[in-house]
Design a protein around this ligand. Sequence first.
Ligand code: GTP
Ligand code: MG
Length: 194
Amino acid sequence: MAIRELKVCLLGDTGVGKSSIVCRFVQDTFDLNTLPTIGASFMTKTVSCGNELHKFLIWDTAGQERFHSLAPMYYRGSAAAVIVYDITNEESFYTLKKWVKELKEHGPENIVVAIAGNKCDLSDMREVTVKDAQEYVKFINAIFVETSAKNATNVGELFERISEQIPPLDPSQINSNGAFKVGRHQVRPTKRCC
Ligand SMILES: Nc1nc2c(ncn2[C@@H]2O[C@H](COP(=O)(O)OP(=O)(O)OP(=O)(O)O)[C@@H](O)[C@H]2O)c(=O)[nH]1
Ligand SMILES: [Mg+2]
């Protein structure tokens, strides 16, 4: 079975739960007392998708403003970007829109964009409605899920939906050891976000 390496980056405001989503996805753990990410951190996880294996090379970026200038290193060459906001923090939804704009202007042409409205376990403190988020996401043609890294809600589904957006391999692109790398040119062009 061919293994495809898919570079994926997580972007979004500090504190929205990017590292928590990655920890939940890769290690199935959650910590209420995380530290802000410094620079970026890297993890991998391989999942099956149809007849293929997708090895996600996950770059979890730091949301603090002082690290903003590093972001292009992580979204460049990415097959997908997960942009995270916190449903209890309207400000983080505006930051998400800035990331969408930046990706549109400077990101890979055919990058798959997934929007995650995290902390959906705190719906009594909600500041961003599902309707507002859905309307915006429809406008930019991206994947959308509300997640809870804490309760493990929709975290696997988020990455499954990204996998589904990656077009199946052209057999002529598989090398002798079954490995295949996918970058900006192999993702499905009709699924552009913006
Ligand atoms: N209730 C709840 N808290 C969460 C959830 N996800 C993350 N948190 C908490 O939110 C805080 C920040 O989470 P992080 O994952 O460190 O946030 P981050 O986006 O990686 O932040 P930076 O690394 O600074 O960009 C931590 O206290 C987490 O425990 C969630 O789904 N529900
Ligand atoms: Mg972090």
